[in-house]
Design a binder for this molecule. Sequence first.
Ligand code: PEP
Ligand code: MN
Length: 376
Amino acid sequence: MILILAPNTRPESPEYKQLMAHLANFTGISTRIHTEVGIEQTLTEIYLIGNTKVLSIEDVSCLPCVDSVVRVSEEYRVLGRHKNDDRPTYFEYNDVRFGQDTLNVFAGLCAVDTIEHVEMMMKALREHGQVCTRMGAYKPRTSPYAFQGHGKTCLPYVFDMAGKYGIKVIAMEITHESHLEEIRNALYQTGSATGVMLQIGTRNTQNFELLKIVGRQQNFPVLIKRGFGITLDESLNAAEYLASEGNRKVIFGLRGMKTNMGDPHRNFVDFSHVPAVKRLTRMPVCIDPSHSVGTRASSPEGILDIMHVTAQGIVAGANMVLVDFHPAPSNALVDGPQALLIKELPQFLEDIQIAREAYEKRTLLAERYREKQNTA
Ligand code: PEP
Ligand code: MN
């Protein structure tokens, strides 16, 4: 059971103390407190853990400071959507809003190679009004002999360039807890020129110790990719690890599943799960058309498969697109064959706009028919 307290409830207030004293009397029930400090208000949620079936929602709702009560009826206690659950489905980070109602594009380099390429990418993004990007510094590779990313050495110039071109959020995968400290230090040294969204890659979806460490910090939001060979439920539980440790700024990323049935694509595209994840949880949902499709193949009408699946995910309500671009894909050190060209950025963005408008129209249509049925 979750008690949502009135906004800006102060822990030193007599009402709060009274509430906590009351909760302490419940036998076999422990409490876990989560505080979310926002720009306008501070929200406190108290999780009651244990045999809460004996408690009635009505009684608990009457306790001091309690605004509303949610009975956790399903899994994913923190990130899930429960009955009568009107907890937010969005968060803000570095002045950018991420929610189940918004759409953000993160076009960028799968792996940072040269400062020139970083600058070309960011310049193009600014020219097209983009404030988010992806920049890989730590690359988990199948072969130990493959390029593993420049690591911390590229961070200062990546962050400086981001500041120069008005990039507010960079999605960046980390594979080890030490990377967190390296990112923090580089941001500090560059005067916090930008923000970072930590990415947990598909190979680390169930690296529980990494999830706990990333979940314990609340500075950076997290994009967690679905595991490519596990069930959706297992991946959503992995996301819940982050939230249960305290970090609610979590986005869930679909990136295709590893199966030979994925042929002719690198992975089997799973973007039909966008609405399912939005129904089961309050997380914004990201799609990664690059790692799911994995090629620059195109259909007879001349549209790249990567653009087709992006549109499919967006028409179904996706909230974020993580996509590989490269100024010279044949020279890219990682995943060149799936990279879009910088000159394709405007078409990609316009195509996204068309798909988003279709999604918005579909939402209005559904609303209209719902109203009609309700009044019939
Ligand atoms: C990536 O986004 O660069 C990446 C390696 O993705 P995934 O973890 O989905 O393979
Ligand atoms: Mn890649």
